[in-house]
Design a protein. Structure first.
Length: 173
């Protein structure tokens, strides 16, 4: 009788633990969805086309931070600047002119807010020999969450800068 009670108690504890894990998982999912919603809400800024429709799936946000473009074939690196960033890709300004074509697999590495970030993609557009558009591909869930957080941080930074009073050195007597 005692052994049955202990076995039942153990089974109950396992069920409780599983229920707790499920609740945590659901909470994490809802937090993820809320975060995604906030980023999309913050993203509704400028319209990309005439007629008021957003042309891109994910709006881009000005970043202007240094990055490294890793070409996988041929193996090479190019110093770049991320001009703008979205959940689906980025626009890069290359520090030197190199001939590139679309659909070349690449990786982009950069640091923002002290955190390193590296994401894979393909060249989606070649605007000039110095400026390209990159579409992110094969993002892991972890990198997707990090990218959402990064874009939310970029949004907060740009909103804070916009809210700061402008100092005019010429106005001081």
């Amino acid at each position: 009788m005692w052994q049955r009670l202990v076995a039942w108690r153990t089974k109950s504890n396992v069920e409780d633990e599983l229920a707790e894990e499920l609740a945590k998982s659901r909470q994490a999912e809802s937090t993820w969805e809320e975060q995604e919603g906030r980023v999309e809400e913050l993203s509704r800024t400028k319209k990309a086309t005439a007629g008021g429709r957003e042309r891109r799936r994910y709006p881009r946000h000005g970043l202007n931070t240094g990055a490294t473009l890793y070409l996988l074939r041929p193996l090479a690196t190019v110093e770049t600047t991320i001009v703008d960033l979205s959940l689906g890709g980025c626009r890069l300004h290359l520090q030197r002119r190199i001939p590139l074509d679309i659909r070349i697999r690449i990786e982009v590495g950069f640091v923002y807010g002290g955190l390193p970030f590296r994401v894979g993609g393909v060249i989606q557009a070649v605007h000039t020999q110095e400026e390209i558009g990159v579409r992110f591909i094969d993002l892991s869930e972890r990198n997707q969450r990090r990218l959402y957080s990064l874009i939310a941080e970029v949004q907060r930074d740009s909103q804070q800068k916009a809210a700061e009073p402008k100092f005019d050195a010429g106005a001081v007597a």
